[in-house]
Ligand binder design. Structure first.
Ligand code: ZN
Length: 244
């Protein structure tokens, strides 16, 4: 992994500001793993790499907040990114076969793991996107090619495939256990990894823009010159400016 510099992060934030969440994930991952075909990463691999990137950029712990569904108070939890990553065995896409099945019957549809490209190619905020995603990864039993075909799935087959997907790619959907400090309610919340990472990135980007504006107005330096300064040196100049 090559963690982007602050100047590159600002460019990524700019480029991703109008993108969908999965588009933002693809942008960040492709920047940090330039030689990889990130669009073909299973969703759990993409999530694991986003967690690694988050740890490299912002540190190994991650403070998350959510509103308690019982009393609406804000609850906080501190996530250990390294622990989340060790809980996910077999996230190497090269080790998993392309097509899976829930039983040995030749009449059973086959399926593959959903990959990042499945999300980036789907229409954003589509109410039936989960169903369409499942449709995209399931192929009729007679087909052996990589072309998924429209298959009518009986409910029990659909459930079995969804359970098998969770087993094969456990980090594709990450739940966080939250405890409310006010009322003691405990619940599981689905972790929006790219949403949380993008929020951290936005905070950083806005701080960097403020730093640039402050130093540019005093010293007349360009944005490029200011971002090229090491964070330590930039902070020294900012401290100086505040004292004047
Ligand atoms: Zn509560």
């Amino acid at each position: 992994m090559h963690a982007p510099t602050q100047a590159q992060l600002l460019d990524l934030w700019d480029a991703g500001s109008r993108a969908t969440p999965s588009g933002r994930a693809a942008l960040l991952l492709q920047s940090a793993w330039a030689d990889a075909t990130v669009a073909q990463w299973p969703l759990g691999v993409a999530n694991a790499r986003l967690l690694e990137l988050r740890a490299a950029l912002f540190g190994p712990t991650w403070d998350c907040v959510a509103d308690c569904p019982a009393c609406a108070q804000v609850a906080e939890v501190r996530l250990d990114v390294a622990a989340m990553l060790t809980a996910a065995p077999g996230t190497d896409p090269a080790q998993t076969p392309a097509w899976h099945t829930i039983d040995e019957s030749p009449a059973t549809p086959r399926f593959r793991l959903p990959v990042l490209a499945d999300l980036t190619s789907a229409a954003p905020a589509d109410a039936s996107s989960a169903a369409r995603l499942l449709q995209a990864i399931v192929t009729a039993p007679a087909l052996q090619s990589n072309d998924a075909a429209l298959v009518d799935l009986p409910p029990h087959t659909r459930t079995a495939i969804e359970q098998e997907l969770l087993r094969l790619d456990p980090l594709a959907a990450i739940d966080i256990v939250m405890d409310c400090p006010a009322c003691g309610h405990r619940w599981r919340a689905a972790a929006d990894i790219i949403g949380m990472l993008w929020a951290d990135l936005s905070t950083l980007a806005q701080r960097l823009l403020g730093d640039v504006a402050r130093l540019a107005s005093v010293f007349g330096w360009s944005e490029q010159q200011i971002l090229a300064l090491s964070p330590v040196r930039r902070q020294h100049y900012l401290d100086m400016v505040r004292e004047w």
